[in-house]
Design a protein around this ligand. Structure first.
Ligand code: DX5
Ligand code: ZN
Length: 226
């Protein structure tokens, strides 16, 4: 009996972040991901209020679909009022919609609305938000995203202080026999992903490290072997 080994909950998934792709050729950036045999694409939506930057809207997802992308759109809403936009993103093709816990709105109702629209529902924690903030919602989500940088920009250094939070949430997941995915986003490369995997993460957003990788097939294969 491998009694001392923790059972693995999910095989590792690499979700390259479109934020680090070519913003004048987003369909080509998405195709780069799909051509490697990867299934997920992380799409960062920023409103200039919740985070000090602007990116894409629902029409971006719809256009990627029209250009033939069949990737799983892992849609990260960094919005002060996400409930105003979940329907538009679901209709545009978002397979999973993740909303931040920090703004004050009805999180449970918004998660339920996302699922009613036919998308998977995720919750996101900023680095300085304690894990206890999401504890009441763990049975209402398909994914929990732990930010490993302050959201807003790609290319920031990974925050190792988030590793205990991952281990804590993974422990709750096991205790309660839940199966939501545990994702990390920000400063993730192969080395930091290994640390996150050891702490319980199974889903890895990579922006800069993916799009700058000279040998993308080797990069993807390394993540598959985490
Ligand atoms: C940051 C975004 C990330 C970003 C990560 O606010 O949520 O998804 O693309 O970029 P890297 O991997 O470069 O840190
Ligand atoms: Zn993101």
């Amino acid at each position: 009996m491998a009694g001392f080994l923790r059972p693995v909950i999910h095989a590792p998934v690499l979700a390259p972040s479109l934020l680090s792709g070519d913003h004048a050729h987003l369909a080509a950036s998405a195709a780069t991901v799909a051509d490697l045999g990867l299934k997920w694409l992380h799409v960062d939506i920023m409103d200039g209020h919740f985070v000090p930057n602007l990116t894409f809207g629902p029409e971006t997802l719809a256009a990627l679909r029209r250009h033939g992308s069949a990737l799983f759109f892992d849609t990260h809403l960094m919005l002060a009022q996400p409930y105003r936009y979940v329907e538009a993103f679901a209709k545009a093709g978002a397979d999973l919609i993740s909303i931040h816990i920090e703004p004050d709105y009805d999180h449970a109702a918004t998660l339920a609305r996302i699922r009613a629209l036919g998308s998977q529902a995720g919750l996101v924690l900023n680095p300085d938000t304690p894990a206890t903030a999401v504890q009441p919602f763990l049975d209402q989500i398909d994914l929990l995203l732990v930010m490993t940088v302050q959201p807003g920009f790609g290319g920031q250094p990974f925050r190792t202080d988030q590793l205990p939070k991952l281990a804590l949430i993974d422990g709750w997941r096991r205790e309660r026999n839940l199966s939501f995915r545990l994702e990390v986003d920000g400063g993730v490369d192969l080395a930091t992903a290994r640390e996150c995997r050891a702490a319980g993460a199974d889903t890895f957003v990579a922006g800069t490290s993916f799009f700058k990788a000279a040998d993308k097939p080797a990069f993807a294969a390394a993540f598959a072997g985490l």
